[in-house]
Design a protein around this ligand. Sequence first.
Ligand code: GLU
Length: 551
Amino acid sequence: MELKEREELAELLFPNIKHDRDYYEKMYPERNLKDGAMVTRFGPSPTGFVHMGSLFGSFCDFVFAKQSGGVFFLRIEDTDQKRSIENGVEGIFKDLDAFDIKPNESSIVGGKYGPYIQSERTEIYQTYVKDLIRQGFAYPCFMSEEEINEIRQEQELSKIKIGIYGHYAVDRDLSLNEIKENLDKGLEYVIRLKSPGNAKNEIEVMDCIKGKMKFPEHDMDTVLLKKDGTPTYHLAHVIDDHLMHTTHVIRGDEWVASLPLHVQLFQILGFKMPHYAHTAPITKKDEGGIRKLSKRKDPEAKVSYYDEVGIPIEAVKLYLATILNSNFEEWYLNNQDKKIEDFTFSFDKMAIGGTLFDLDKLGNISKTYFSRKSGEEVFKETLEYAKKFDKDYARILEENKEDMEKFLNIEKDSDRPRKDISKYSDVKEEFSYAIDELFYKENYSKYDGNKKFDVSLIRSYVQDVLDLEVSNEKWFDDIKEFALKNGYASSPKEYKQNPNNFKGHVGDICEALRVMVTGRTKSPDLFSIVKILGKNRVLERINRYENFIEK
Ligand code: GLU
């Protein structure tokens, strides 16, 4: 087709498109950013919630833009209406907001490069496609589903590349008259790329994470505009990231296969290519193997899971930073007073294969997070959690605030604070002995040992010897003395040397007291617990223990 005819065709197909490319090029000028500033974007489809893979992706976008003094924007990619759900956008903003991932530009906060919702950009896409028609890089294709299916079957049988290319692209050379006839008949059509590529040629793309990648040149007449005039992902991606001046496209590596097409689109549209960074999928260990984290099978794939089970957002973020860059963990270990923002992330420390998501590891990070918080902070956050997910426990916490904060503060000033909590919901179980109401409900039913202890011995210790005012050293000296007086060795060593001379050793007395007071064989510092409870409550627990074993 001659230029004149192509111009006529462009008008015929897009009579309502009045602007030209220049109009948009002027409307969205270069961003005025300092050298090295990255412009990144997160492009979720409005499916209602963010899953771990997209949270990880948006976290990358966010940190790279932030640390380089750039811009991170959020673009809703709703061109596939089948995947969109009503109010799906709100869920995405809510999930990201919970993780403090705040876009500089979006359909909510606005920005100069909007609209930030693809379904509101149809006119822009059509303007560029109109121009491609004019240039001979696109054409209307009237092939029916049946025809395309037949071609596919033929290609499958002959084991050749599937798609519309070469002689399969039957409509690529229709004359203007033939097109007019089809339009007059009211035939439906899509707009396809008239690919100038040749699969015998090779192209090279430098990926920020995967390094140099080689592909055969794209030679398919891929669909650019669907029958309803809306764009495919490919066209929308290229036009949007050009006009929004994205410098780094960070996206899942399921898109690597489409890269040759995207390179070709950037070329024929005359746009500068952004850098690409294709991230490895999030994987998990399962039945000995490693597989992709699945939205369907794995509850932890849904971002709201962390809120529900009570893993602090900050711990999840630390974990995301850990899987984002292989050197983050060590850095954080050596810089415990620093924040995630103080670390400089880089693409070359990102996983190429798969990014293993390990809930146990996240649990450990979370334990460290809790261990560094004061009792008051842990109390406050746990109460907030309980108000949402365990109202009865929230009431109990509020009624026992003073005690509970003291319990949560036990051993906090030591060099290695306890790591016994990994989520807010653990507090209730882990500190059940701290609150009479909960402790008395269960008493010793969860006792994890098999010994029966001498109640009168411990009762006489508490009544006659225990002094809550003394130092830890004095407390232990007293209990050792009490042990000796009652036929117990004052140390395990002493006991081992002459086991026949003793009933046991001081540790056995402490164990007995611990079990009576907490219902378990392991607990934080026993003297601290006893001091918070006070003598009367300790004696009450000894009575309860007595009743329990007598039953
Ligand atoms: N909307 C695309 C998706 O849901 C985004 C891919 C991209 O970031 O370019 O996967």
